[in-house]
Write a protein that binds this ligand. Structure first.
Ligand SMILES: Nc1ncnc2c1ncn2[C@@H]1O[C@H](COP(=O)(O)OP(=O)(O)OP(=O)(O)O)[C@@H](O)[C@H]1O
Length: 397
């Protein structure tokens, strides 16, 4: 999935689009929602059990407005779960503060924060049926049995499991279990829902679908949510704004569209899937090349052996490593020197007017589908920039 398509919208449970609402600070009343200020989380040294052995979160500040969905995105070990756990009250805060609706949560235990939690494994009660699991969430919130049954049906409908109430949870697929876990977490209408990689135990296709459904359920219920993931497609699908973390710090916090169009640093851009970086003539600027930022030259004559050399800083010669037909287009892996040594990048093939366009793909030598006339390994080709798939970033970031 490329960034340009995922940032626009996700689909609701009924297939309708659920637009992302850019965060508008004026939307929230001052002091409402979550305020995280300079938060530091330490873990003690595992050998001695004392001292700040690992600093998992190094002074993170962010705000979450009521009704907003914010994703904490970053590589494994960057401190996302530690920050989430600190907000939940499951980890002590070594520095800074966490407040909800202007009230400092220092010393407020987990069960008194009014926050809901949902983890990677939904942790359903195996001896209860689907309705029993969802009703548990309601009864914890003090709902009476009669009122609960109507609400359980509503919640199951919301997560796409209408009629599943009597099913033993042991008979459900992984995706269905996570839907039940979501219904149970939403049941008490938590003032803030904390989700830690809720989809990561599922396979790719299911994750993509469930991410859209998760957003639809959060939006439909107006739930304020903090969502941890290491998957940028998922973050972009689910969240209104995304906080990119690295090594315990916040690199950037922005709406998906803004994050994609203007990464604030090279590290953040790399994490989002920008594949290469080229210095720009303007001092202090570099061009980050995204997954769709390079295309093969569509003039057969400029393939190596034809007339003319590279025409400037936006066109380079390279050697084909392989071609693969994926998602309706040919992706050509090319070794190319963009100005700082040879790099392996992916360029989009099959441009308009290319020979063989319209001929169906066939299995290549490595089993991957490829176009019969796609460039073969070892062939010299030209790659050109497509600025629409690139972003300008600070050079030394
Ligand atoms: N209970 C713990 N004791 C000691 N160190 C810990 C503990 N939990 C996490 N850490 C360390 O804190 C750092 C941040 O971990 P954390 O789980 O917050 O990262 P993460 O971004 O959520 O990673 P992942 O995506 O792999 O879950 C890591 O270096 C990790 O090894």
């Amino acid at each position: 999935m490329d960034g340009a398509t995922v940032v626009d919208r996700s689909e609701g449970l009924d297939g309708s689009a659920v637009p992302h609402v850019p965060h508008d600070p004026a939307r929230g009343v001052a002091g409402r929602g979550l305020a995280v200020r300079d938060v530091v989380v330490h873990y003690p040294d595992p050998a001695s059990g004392k001292g700040p052995g690992t600093t998992a979160v190094r002074g993170v500040s962010l705000d979450l407005a009521p009704g907003e969905v914010l994703a904490l995105l970053g590589p494994s070990g960057c401190g996302k779960s530690s920050l989430l756990r600190a907000v939940a009250g499951l980890e002590p805060v070594a520095g800074g503060s966490i407040a909800w609706d202007g009230r400092d949560l220092a010393g407020v235990p987990v069960h008194r924060r009014g926050f809901g939690l949902m983890f990677q494994e939904g942790q359903l009660f195996p001896h209860r049926d689907v309705a029993g699991n969802v009703a548990f969430g309601l009864r914890m919130a003090g709902a009476r049995r009669a009122a609960a049954s109507g609400r359980v049906a509503e919640l199951l409908d919301l997560v796409g499991l209408a009629g599943y109430g009597p099913r033993p949870v042991t008979t459900l697929s992984g995706g269905e279990r996570q839907r039940v876990a979501l219904a149970r977490a939403l049941a008490p209408e938590p003032q803030l829902l904390l989700l830690d990689e809720p989809l990561s135990a599922l396979d790719r296709g299911l994750r993509d679908r469930l991410a859209g459904d998760l957003r639809a359920a959060l939006v439909a219920t107006g739930t304020t949510a903090l969502f941890v993931t290491h998957d940028h497609d998922e973050a972009f699908t689910v969240a209104d704004r995304v906080a990119v973390m690295d090594a315990g710090r916040l690199l950037q916090l922005a709406a998906p569209e803004d994050l994609w169009r203007a990464p604030a640093s090279r590290r953040g851009a790399q994490f989002l899937g920008y594949q290469a970086f080229v210095p720009l003539p303007a001092a202090g600027e570099a061009l980050a090349i995204g997954p769709t930022g390079l295309v093969l030259s569509d003039e057969p004559s400029v393939r190596e052996g034809g007339p003319g050399g590279p025409r400037g800083p936006e066109e380079w010669s390279g050697t084909v490593v392989r071609s693969a037909f994926r998602r309706g287009r040919t992706e050509v892996t090319v070794d190319v020197d963009l100005g700082a040594g040879t790099r392996r990048v992916v360029a989009l093939g099959e441009p308009a007017g290319a020979p063989g366009r319209g001929v169906p793909p066939v299995p290549g030598p490595d089993g991957a589908a490829q176009h019969p006339l796609a460039p073969a390994p070892g062939e010299r080709v030209r790659v050109v920039l497509d600025r629409a798939g690139c972003a300008v970033i600070p050079a030394d970031s």
